[in-house]
Design a protein around this ligand. Sequence first.
Ligand SMILES: *[C@@H]1O[C@H](CO)[C@@H](O)[C@H](O)[C@H]1NC(C)=O
Ligand SMILES: *[C@@H]1O[C@H](CO)[C@@H](O)[C@H](O)[C@H]1NC(C)=O
Length: 184
Amino acid sequence: MRTTVISVVMAMMYVMVAPAAVKPQKDFNVQKFTGKWYRVGLAYDSPGFVPLRTIMKISVGVISVLPNGNVNLTSWEAVPVGCLTQSYLYERTSIPGQFTYFSTRHNQEKDITVVETNYTEYALVVKHKEFNREYTQVALYGRSSRVRAEVIQKFKALALSQGFPRESILTPPPAENCPPGSGR
Ligand SMILES: *[C@@H]1O[C@H](CO)[C@@H](O)[C@H](O)[C@H]1NC(C)=O
Ligand SMILES: *[C@@H]1O[C@H](CO)[C@@H](O)[C@H](O)[C@H]1NC(C)=O
């Protein structure tokens, strides 16, 4: 009887604690993380983003580290009116691989976690706000615009473990001429 009650309670807790907590890459090295990355995968299930799923393209980001350890990301994103350049400041925390970022669009602070990277090929990054699923994103970055199928599988598995429905897990096509002069 007691065992039954315990297992029912445990089953309920399991449902309630989803999605799985994310941990940063062990021994994260921000210097090795600098340079150019292609965002080759994105999982995002905000209702407002649904119409953009089919037009989204691979975006490009360049990461540099400021003297105080914060990170500057400059990104180029193909949008219907052209190529949008933006820069973002990710503030370091006491945990390597974990950053915070103030989103002016959503008017709230978010946590950015580099969950897994081997620096030369790919990075899995989760942008999240605890207890607020709406703004959570899982991104796959590649050092080139094409990554191996195994890496795509890792990305999909992570997004599914975070509770994303399959149709929200995207691997967009390359952008044309964004950044300008890059061809495709
Ligand atoms: C981030 O990099 C961009 C592009 O190089 C630059 O324009 C911007 O001033 C930088 N921001 C900070 C805070 O260093
Ligand atoms: C990262 O992955 C690439 C492709 O498999 C491999 O060539 C490279 O050695 C890996 N780097 C590290 C540091 O493991």
